[in-house]
Design a protein around this ligand. Structure first.
Ligand code: ADP
Length: 656
């Protein structure tokens, strides 16, 4: 076609075409080379290329890809291709650390900033970003965007791209809206020409619009991959004896799997039940220390553990392709969460199942939990004051300060139960006043135990430590009156020794009674995001409270509808929730199978199932032989439907 145009003398079109296609080809070549060189992959997955090109053209872009769809590549490749630094805003410390470690493995310079890091560590990272042009990725939590030293550094940074991971958190309509996400739009003013790439795995149509509005996209620009999972079959089963049913599922589906439960205690109980029944199971939750979590995760990744029983803490950033079943034995809070967890099955595109077992008590509990997550405003106010008092925060003070968090310490002063305190803090978090990180790292602290004459005597008796003690006393003020944050790396550098030697010396002197040392630990941390306000000014708008409750109520109803609905295909229901209304029924879920069953009239169904059981008992264990045998009396089509229904509902157990 172009040739003929050229011959006819109309060269303008060709010329334009050549002009526009040439840079595109160059860009394509560039990003494909980056993908190959750094990741070793030969080609992009569907939509990845379009998303990357859109960003490289300078357009604000929203990428909606299901979990496992390959979102990271969408910002990491243009991050490398574009000049300057890519700032990645991400809410989860664990995920940030994981991604930074992955990039470093690929010899890409990257770092993360999160609560609990020492001043020295933060400065080091920010300096690298400002002065090392090879430094390509800076991961930050949204809370960090507000801090003074981050804002001060922004003007020195040459930024090429801003990526907003889990971008649904910016929307008030999303299930985990986080007010600090609103700061993201504010930092855009520092880099008016830099495109924003927002990414999420879960967003309803109203959230999709909201994300783009709140990030100030000049034009709506969404790339959305279908959330349909052809190889994943959803079953929702009402079942009183969940444990037994779980065992039958594990017999029926060989291979590895995940069981999701609601609370930490249940993870252990359930794993022990499975172990007693001969299944290599283990449990996992955020309360375990990180070394134990890593070990358990690795054992499961390497198939030493077949089934991992976990709270929703498990799965983020974990990419195991051959998960054959995901079982929920409690109802998840949100459909977003459910889709994400269920979606960890069958990443290798092979047939897999997502099965939810529930009973009436679960429905009651879900409703009760919902009420608990909205404590009365007076309780929230009380907990806020108790928190501030507990950490000695004066009025107008506290913004940006982080403390180790132990809920047990608040029980007595609050005179409330743990659930009410926790939910009040979670509400304060939703209001953007505090941030609770259950995967944090606290800074080390030191406080002198002796002073004055006793200190002089100590120094005289132990002259070999004199220089080290003086160095610490010179470096930090306030040590005689309170705990002061210290940085062992800094101390080590000043003393000209290694970090291990410094830590060991500090421990030794603590044992000798000189000071009291609280080394950094991995534990829950609480960060105050706003200055303390007087109780009288602590105002929770009833409107905002109500709107939040309404949004949560609507989500709860969606979950209940999904679980209890008996006449719409599960896959269709889920997809409709995510805005895909035209998908066909899957033909495989419990609802579709029930419909199949109803297509076979009741009398035939009963006769066929009786016959199937008879034949199965007679010793025929091969499904094909069984169908052929029973089909001598009934049509094969009906027999297949009944057999399928019986297997999926646990009425027939064949060794397939
Ligand atoms: P998401 O963040 O969407 O859940 P990830 O970015 O973690 O997904 O990607 C999931 C997995 O798919 C990772 O192991 C990633 O390396 C892999 N992956 C991503 N893009 C490609 C690609 N183009 N080719 C092959 N593997 C890919």
């Amino acid at each position: 076609m172009f040739l003929s145009k050229k011959r006819s003398g109309n060269s303008t079109i060709l010329c334009n075409f050549a002009i526009s296609i040439a840079p595109l080809m160059i860009k394509l070549e560039q990003i494909r080379k980056i993908l190959k060189d750094h990741w070793g992959y030969d080609s992009f997955r569907p939509l990845q290329e379009d998303i990357i090109l859109s960003v490289m053209d300078g357009r604000d872009t929203l990428a909606l890809l299901p979990t496992g769809g390959g979102k990271s590549i969408c910002f990491q490749v243009p991050g490398l291709a574009l000049d300057g630094l890519c700032i990645v805003i991400s809410p989860l410390i664990a995920l940030m650390k994981d991604q930074v470690a992955n990039l470093r493995k690929r010899h890409i310079k990257a770092a993360a900033l999160y609560s609990g890091m020492s001043k020295h560590e933060i400065e080091l990272v920010l300096n690298n970003c400002a002065f090392d042009p090879e430094f390509k990725f800076l991961y930050v939590s949204p809370e960090r965007l507000k801090t003074d030293n981050f804002r001060a550094t922004l003007s020195h940074l040459r930024v090429g791209l801003i990526a907003v991971d889990e971008s649904h958190c910016i929307s008030q309509w999303a299930y985990d809206f986080r007010p600090p996400y609103l700061e993201i739009a504010e930092i855009r003013q520092f880099f008016p020409k830099v495109p924003v790439l927002a990414l999420t795995a879960t967003a309803t149509p109203e959230v999709v619009k909201d994300i783009q509005d709140r990030l100030h996209f000049p034009q709506y620009n969404v790339f959305q991959k279908s959330f349909k999972r052809d190889n994943l079959t959803y079953y929702i089963v009402k079942e009183e004896d969940k444990n037994n049913r779980m065992l039958r599922i594990m017999q029926r589906y060989p291979g590895t799997g995940i069981v999701y439960v609601r609370n930490r205690r249940k993870t252990q109980e359930t794993a022990e039940f499975l172990q007693r029944n001969g299944i290599a199971a283990d449990f996992y939750h955020a309360g375990l220390d990180s070394a134990t979590r890593d070990r358990k995760q690795n054992e499961w990744m390497q198939d030493q553990t077949r089934v991992i029983v976990s709270t929703n803490a498990f799965g983020m950033g974990i990419d195991k392709p051959d998960v054959r079943f995901v079982i929920h034995i409690d109802i998840p809070d949100t459909l977003e969460g459910y889709f994400q967890e269920a979606g960890r099955g069958g990443r290798d595109e092979k047939e897999s199942v997502a099965i939810m077992l529930y009973d009436d008590a679960d429905i009651r509990e879900l409703k009760r939990n919902f009420e608990l997550t909205f404590p009365p405003i007076e309780d929230i106010r009380k907990v806020y004051n108790i928190l501030c008092n507990h950490y000695n925060i004066a009025l107008g003070d506290g913004a940006g300060r982080t403390f180790p968090f132990r809920i047990g310490e608040l029980l007595k002063p609050a005179a409330m139960n743990m659930v009410a305190i926790y939910n009040s803090i979670k509400f304060l978090e939703k209001m953007g006043m505090v941030f609770l990180s259950e995967d944090g790292k606290s800074t080390s602290q030191l406080s002198m135990s002796i002073g004055g004459e006793r200190l002089t005597i100590f120094e005289e008796k132990n002259p070999e430590y004199d220089e080290f003690i003086k160095l610490i006393l010179r470096s930090y003020s306030g040590l005689f009156t309170r705990y002061v944050k210290i940085d062992e790396i800094e101390i080590a550098q000043r003393a000209g020794i290694s970090e291990e030697e410094a830590v060991s010396l500090i421990h030794k002197l603590a044992r000798m009674g000189l000071w009291s040392y609280s080394p950094k630990t991995e534990q829950a941390l609480i960060t105050f995001l706003t200055p303390r306000v007087d109780e009288d000014y602590l105002y929770f708008s009833p409107d905002i409270y109500k709107r939040r409750k309404d949004v949560a109520q609507k989500r709860l109803e969606e979950v209940l509808h999904f679980v209890q609905c008996e006449d719409t295909c599960r896959s269709q229901l889920l997809l409709a929730y995510f805005g895909e209304h035209k998908s066909p029924a899957c033909g495989k879920c419990d609802v579709c199978l029930k419909v199949h069953k109803e297509e076979v009239n009741n009398k035939d169904f009963k006769d066929i199932s009786t016959e199937v059981k008879k034949v199965a008992v007679s010793g025929i264990k091969d499904i094909k032989d069984l169908i052929i045998k029973v089909s001598q009396k009934f049509t094969q089509e009906k027999v297949v439907k009944v057999v399928r229904w019986m297997i999926d509902n646990g009425e027939l157990n064949l060794e397939t």
